[in-house]
Design a protein around this ligand. Structure first.
Ligand SMILES: [Zn+2]
Length: 576
């Protein structure tokens, strides 16, 4: 659009005077004085939406059926092949890239959970947004903190340049709020149990208490099965995943046969997104977002897509209904934004993709799909290797519990990082690492195994992310302090979830190096823009520099791994 281009040209002179040179890996953040007015005609509100586990595959499968909010975004700048380029395709690392513009190797968020065997407490797991120095914090009941995030977010850069700018984040997940908002959040809310909450010590505004009352009323009343859109009928087929039957669910709220708590029944349904969007819209009004002296940032991460994917897989009736509801609720949300009169720009992407449950994959043309074997767990491997090498003693345990003493290796599941006990001598650790690599490589489900030294030796990857080697992908989510001693990659379509028991809420997952987990759509939209589709690969780390240019935000050179994407379909350039 011409108006983007002329606006940017007119501010170039002013900005060049304040261009900041900074070659540090982590840019200096707090010292500089506020600079530069917002770009003339810049949007006054950025609405950054993350759809948890919204793979490029889901987007491709359903895009022809969208009629609501997602149909609107299809008229904007459509990048169907966005990449969460790194190996550790989990929620916390993925959300950490969206508004920082850097890979997890620089955000420091290498996983949802990592293991710090030097921790004093019995549970050595560290949740990505917990303050483990607080004695009340556990990975399952964390005292939520943004301390692990090593870089600023877009909202923080905006606040630095324009102190009046507001940075607001809402999600069902604490880690999405913390990673999209960052350290300086004016308002940040997420869902625990059956209500929205916030950081310790912050009182809840009326927006939140009112939303919680609406949720309470809904939980008490219950809700019937959701209607089946005509285009979902063919997906209404039962599939057995261990002890769990999926494929025909319609999200009854308060079903007597559903053993989950009501708050969880809501969370594992499109109703969670509806509540999250309702709260975001309420904050839009009460905080007058987009009507202040500087651009505001509203981050909304919609988690139901991920809960539905985990609990029911990606190709059943449940995900079909979820996609339809998501599209409709986003449409209602955008209508509220329109009614506010605010000139807003939207970006929508995802923290990672996903893959269907292996049982249905096998039925539908992927015979090699399988569940990862429990033998790949670090604790079992650690015991076996300790016995083989004659290593004994009392070593740090992975988890609290009576039966873990003497183990020497911890992992968070069947793949990814493996940590070796720091209580061993350097010589013993080297022997254990070598034996662990040997054992993992010999396993029929393992594609590749890398040592910490091998990953650390790889240059920081650049270039088209679809061409990156597996080692480069691992490098992009590697942190020398937090990452494990060994990194294991499962073969394509091996899902690291063992056979589900009755009432299991996770039958499949993401987190792999494969493109079904790495590829996500990236959609940009603003009223009046001329849309286009660009199928070339781009990266989620491109989102922050793209939005920064759009609003006239100046950040130090080197602050972003990504590049600005020109959102103008013609000769003007929103990046200049
Ligand atoms: Zn996620």
């Amino acid at each position: 659009m011409a108006r983007f281009g002329s606006a940017l040209l007119s501010r170039l002179g002013a900005l060049s005077l304040v261009a900041l040179a900074c070659a540090q890996a982590v840019p200096a953040f707090a010292e500089e004085a506020p600079v530069a007015a917002p770009a003339p005609k810049a949007p006054s509100l950025i609405v950054a939406i993350s759809i948890d586990q919204f793979s490029a595959d889901l987007f491709a499968e359903y895009r022809n059926h969208y009629t609501g909010g997602l149909a609107r975004l299809l008229k904007g700048a459509v990048f169907p092949a966005g990449f969460q380029s790194h190996a550790a395709t989990e929620t916390c690392p993925g959300h950490s890239t969206l508004l920082t513009g850097v890979h997890p190797a620089r955000t420091g968020i290498i996983a949802n959970t990592w293991i710090d065997l030097s921790l004093k407490r019995a549970d050595k797991k560290v949740y990505c947004v917990e303050d483990e120095s607080n004695p009340d914090s556990t990975p399952n009941k964390p005292v939520v903190s943004t301390a692990h995030l090593k870089v600023p977010t877009l909202g923080e850069w905006a606040k630095k340049q324009w102190p009046a700018s507001r940075n607001v984040a809402v999600s069902a997940k604490d880690r999405a709020v913390a990673m999209m908002g960052g350290h300086q959040i004016d308002a940040g809310f997420w869902y625990v149990g059956d209500a929205f909450t916030s950081f310790a010590g912050r009182s809840l505004p009326a927006d939140v208490t009112d939303e919680n009352k609406r949720i309470r009323a809904l939980l008490d009343k219950g809700a019937p099965a959701m209607a089946i859109p005509s285009w979902c009928v063919a997906r209404n087929q039962a599939v057995q995943a261990g002890a769990v039957t999926v494929g025909t669910g319609r999200f009854v709220l308060g079903d007597k046969e559903d053993k989950r708590k009501l708050g969880d029944q809501l969370r594992y349904s499109p109703r969670m997104d509806a509540a999250t969007l309702e709260l975001a819209a309420s904050l839009l009004t009460s905080m007058k977002l987009g009507k202040g002296q500087a651009p505001d940032i509203l981050s909304v991460s919609l988690s139901a897509n991920d809960y539905v994917g985990h609990a029911y897989g990606t190709e059943g009736l449940e995900m079909c209904i979820q996609q339809q509801q998501l599209d409709q609720k986003l449409g209602e949300f955008f209508a509220k934004l329109d009614a506010s009169g605010v000139d807003y720009a939207v970006v929508l992407s995802a923290d990672h993709g996903g893959v269907d449950t292996p049982e249905r994959l096998r039925l539908q043309g992927v015979p090699e799909a399988a569940r990862g074997e429990a033998a790949l767990n670090g604790e079992g491997l650690g015991r076996a290797i300790a016995a083989e090498l004659g290593i004994s003693g009392s070593f740090a345990a992975c988890n609290p519990g009576p039966d873990v003493a003497g183990n020497i290796i911890c992992s968070d599941g069947l793949s990814g990082d493996y940590w070796i006990s720091p209580d061993l001598s350097a010589e013993a650790r080297a022997k254990v690492a070598a034996r662990l690599v040997e054992k993992l490589k010999a396993h029929v489900q393992v594609e590749a195994v890398f040592t910490k030294a091998e990953i650390a030796a790889v240059p920081y990857p650049v270039g088209h992310p679809q061409d990156w080697t597996l080692l480069q992908r691992a490098r992009a989510s590697f942190d020398p302090q937090r990452s494990g001693d060994v990194y294991s990659v499962l073969k394509r379509a091996i899902v690291p979830v063992t056979t589900p028991r009755a009432n299991a809420t996770t039958i499949t997952t993401h987190g792999s190096v494969w493109d079904y987990d790495r590829r996500v759509p990236m959609l940009f939209w603003r009223k009046g823009m001329t849309g286009f589709e660009q199928p070339q690969p781009v990266e989620t780390v491109d989102i922050a520099p793209t939005l920064a240019a759009l609003i006239g935000l100046k950040v130090p050179q080197g602050a972003f791994d990504g590049r600005c994407l020109d959102l103008d379909a013609g000769p003007a350039d929103t990046c200049r």
